[in-house]
Design a protein around this ligand. Structure first.
Ligand code: NAP
Ligand code: ZN
Ligand code: ZN
Length: 349
């Protein structure tokens, strides 16, 4: 089936309306009419080939919410009319150690990404959510709590679960002191989710004007990271930091804010490496630096249910598809408040 989508033809050209062909519905497949799709910084990295792995044509988008239109003959979990979500993965091997323990994001064969992956049925690219429809195996589809406004749910599917997974995996709990670096799409969800888990949240930002928003979102302390005195004032005060910055930067000033045994988790993926951190404080204060990749389907559903209970959605700016390049440009300047979401039904094709 041919559908309309926003297509990148190469790394230099702006995204523009075009057409793609979706695979025919398989027995386990759910066909979804996309209502909203969040704009993740990864979409920009990929559209511009900043990670040198993009294949063109490419349709970005992995923060998808929509309505089920049709289901394959073996689909048991969803029916036409259900409101559902799709995140960063649409398939995995299902057999390896990690798939067996429901951690598909670490599949030993590599998970199939929602876009720029290889569709095992067609050998063609997978196509993302900047489009009218998507066809996805039911295992990779999640249910959306009914009380949440749909447009603000879209960013939970990548930004939300990417910060939720390390918060849960590393056991962040009520009363812990948690730092969040960068108030963008991921960072603002980290502030909301960590504070809803009962942590005391410190936001590190390069944008002093975001301070009031950060407090509204749940931070109790805001630190301007370019101000050495403010950084020095919070030395050895944090248990855990989640770094959501999309650009290379010096990690040492953040490591200095960790207590002994503290952990810095990197979720931002800059196109150039961070400079190597100083080993001495790592050794003498037993600090850890970790990475973390999105989250599993199980964690995605848990996070959505938690957001339903706590009435949490992303703070969004709704755009039509035609505005995507302006949105990318503002994202590059760190100007997003705090996630762009494409209204697919308002998009002119
Ligand atoms: P975003 O909305 O653009 O936010 C990034 C934030 O980082 C900005 O708002 C800004 O916050 C801060 N920042 C930007 N440039 C900076 C610089 N030069 N120095 C210091 N701070 C800077 O991006 P996002 O969508 O949240 O994504 C963040 C990163 O996570 C991207 O690299 C993305 O690819 C990656 N990502 C990773 C995963 C994963 O599985 N690990 C999943 C999704 C996304 P302030 O203005 O507050 O400083
Ligand atoms: Zn993403
Ligand atoms: Zn696997």
């Amino acid at each position: 089936m041919k559908i309309n989508a926003l297509v990148a033809q190469d790394a230099a050209q702006p995204l523009a309306a075009g057409q793609i062909t979706l695979r025919p519905l398989q027995q386990q497949d759910v066909k979804i009419e996309i209502l909203y799709c969040g704009v993740c910084h990864s979409d920009l990295h990929m559209a511009r080939n900043e990670w040198a792995v993009s294949r063109y044509p490419l349709v970005p988008g992995h923060e998808i919410v929509g309505r089920v239109l049709e289901t394959g003959t073996q689909v048991t979990r969803f029916k036409a009319g259900d409101m559902v979500g799709v995140g960063v993965m649409v398939d995995s091997c299902r057999a390896c150690h990690f798939c067996q323990q429901q951690e598909e994001q670490y599949c030993e064969a590599g998970f199939t990404a929602t876009y720029n992956g290889i569709d095992k049925y067609t050998d063609d690219s997978t196509w993302g959510g900047y489009a009218q429809h998507v066809v996805v195996d039911q295992h990779f589809v999640v249910s959306i709590p009914q009380n949440l406004a749909l447009a603000g749910v879209a960013p939970l599917l990548c930004a939300g679960v990417t910060v939720w997974s390390p918060l849960r995996h590393f056991g962040v709990k009520a009363g812990d002191s948690v730092g969040v670096v960068g108030l963008g799409g991921l960072g603002h969800m980290a502030v909301k989710l960590a504070s809803a888990l009962g942590a005391e949240v410190t936001l590190f930002t390069t944008s002093p004007e975001k301070g009031a928003d950060a407090r509204r979102l749940g931070a109790t302390r805001v630190v301007v990271s370019r101000d050495a005195a403010q950084m020095a004032a919070c030395q050895t005060s944090l248990d855990f930091i989640i770094d959501c910055v999309a650009a290379p930067h010096d990690l040492d000033p953040y490591l200095a804010t960790l207590k002994t045994n503290g952990r810095l988790v990197l979720v931002g993926i800059p196109d150039q490496p961070h400079q190597s951190p100083n080993v001495t404080p790592l050794v003498f204060r037993r600090l850890s630096i970790s990475g973390s990749s999105i989250g599993s389907i199980k964690e995605t559903q848990e996070m959505l249910d938690f957001c339903g209970e706590h009435n949490i959605t992303a703070d969004i700016e709704l755009i039509a598809g035609e505005e995507i390049e302006t949105a990318f440009a503002r994202m590059l300047k760190g100007e997003v408040k705090y996630r762009f979401v494409i209204d697919m039904l308002a998009t002119r094709w």
